[in-house]
Design a protein around this ligand. Structure first.
Ligand code: ADP
Ligand code: MG
Length: 370
């Protein structure tokens, strides 16, 4: 496509798909003014939102410096997603001190003492391109670095566990049945090779090379290697104590920071991630809650999505992004904003949002927690 063809294609996507944030904020004059090399780099970043006009974001960074280099194009869509007005300076502070607030879901309702809780942070190593621009050798080299770090966790009684790889020929290789079992248990990520958004961005290229997962002995601390970001580091537990979940993640993250080369950060946007939706804290904290009343028993998520939006929460199906609600109205709720908020603010928003949704659910008919 010539630059003028790109510009006119984006104008029409803006009309047909007003929610495509990349198309909404595409700046034709800036695009025209770039030299050919930079224009080609920017094309790779926005290709997924052009080929997939139904994208919500429509852009993936290819290298950590892209956010600062292409700020005139990317900053407006980042602000739009994270709700930061143009005249407010972006500031990413960190705060993991959970001693000031007790987010115990059992205080909302004793039935919420046994929900499935998950909190993950996205991290990338500054020494590699982001996943959309990696070669197969780089993917495997990154996995080797991570696997070496995990050997230290495996020897530590606080962690233990094992590393499981799906790279053909890896010493840690698992078979297809084990992989399927881990996906069904919500531990391992899905086969990315069928994802059209990731395919266009190059993020799923070379599948399944360089992909795997560390899981602790207690199955409560996990690290994905080679998904949408180099690393997705997470704590998962069935329970109601969000403070304990956050502490588990923070401790494990600290250990990995000691064992790995430095993570990529931007002076403006904090932790750098492939997708602009994950910048900043890089954190998605979620609960699997049963909301049969608000979801018509899982048949219709439209109402709960609206209710949750007004509380700053996003709703996903129980199988993750782009999935439907599970049996009995099981949904995944999480605060949408990840930039300009601290880790503790995210935890508080999840707790407050869960309490408000639970009150709505309780007023809407018979309910039960999961
Ligand atoms: P993310 O993009 O934050 O990594 P996804 O939506 O891609 O999350 O989901 C990844 C996996 O994590 C899916 O299997 C999903 O069901 C699972 N998951 C997310 N939140 C929870 C939770 N609170 N409890 C159990 N599994 C969860
Ligand atoms: Mg995901």
């Amino acid at each position: 496509m010539t630059p003028e063809q790109v510009i006119s294609t984006l104008q029409s996507i803006r009309n047909t798909n007003p929610d495509n944030l990349m198309a909404r904020h595409f700046n034709a004059d800036y695009f025209r003014g770039l030299d050919a090399g930079l224009r080609q780099r920017l094309m790779k970043i926005i290709a997924t939102g052009i080929e997939n006009s139904d994208s919500q974001m429509g852009a993936y960074a290819m290298s950590p410096e892209d956010y600062d280099l292409f700020a005139p194009m990317l900053d407006p869509l980042i602000r739009d997603f994270h709700g930061i007005p143009e005249d407010v300076q972006i500031a990413q502070a960190h705060d993991w001190d959970s001693s000031k607030s007790s987010c115990d879901l059992g205080k909302i309702d004793p039935r919420l003492e046994a929900v499935s809780m998950r909190v993950r942070v996205a991290r990338n190593l500054g020494s590699f391109p982001l996943p959309g621009a990696m070669t197969r050798d780089q993917r495997v080299a990154l996995e080797d670095l991570a696997a070496e770090a995990f050997t230290h966790l495996c020897k530590d009684t606080n962690y233990g566990g094992q590393y499981l790889s799906i790279t053909p020929g890896s010493p840690y290789e698992i078979d297809g049945a084990e992989y399927d079992r881990r996906v069904a248990a919500h531990q391992m990520f899905k086969d990315m090779s069928g994802d059209r958004y990731l395919n266009v961005a190059g993020i799923s290229a070379d599948w399944p090379y360089g992909r795997g997962m560390y899981v602790s002995g207690a199955q409560d601390f996990l690290v994905w290697v080679g998904e949408e970001d180099h690393l997705r580091i997470m704590a998962m537990q069935t329970g109601g104590n969000l403070n304990a979940l956050f502490k588990r993640l923070h401790d494990g993250l600290g250990r990995l920071q000691e064992l790995l080369p430095a993570f990529a950060t931007s002076p403006v946007y904090g932790n750098v991630t492939s997708c602009p939706t994950n910048l900043g804290a890089g954190m998605r904290a979620s609960l699997h809650m049963r909301l049969p009343g608000l979801t018509k028993n899982g048949q219709d998520l439209s109402r709960v999505k609206e209710d949750a939006k007004s509380l700053g929460l996003a709703v996903r199906g129980a199988g993750g992004e782009h999935s439907d609600a599970g049996e009995g109205g099981l949904v995944d709720i999480s605060p949408s904003v990840r930039l300009g908020v601290t880790e503790m603010q995210i935890m508080q928003r999840l707790f407050d949002g869960a309490a408000a949704l639970w009150a709505m659910e309780s007023g809407s008919g018979p309910s039960s927690a999961e």
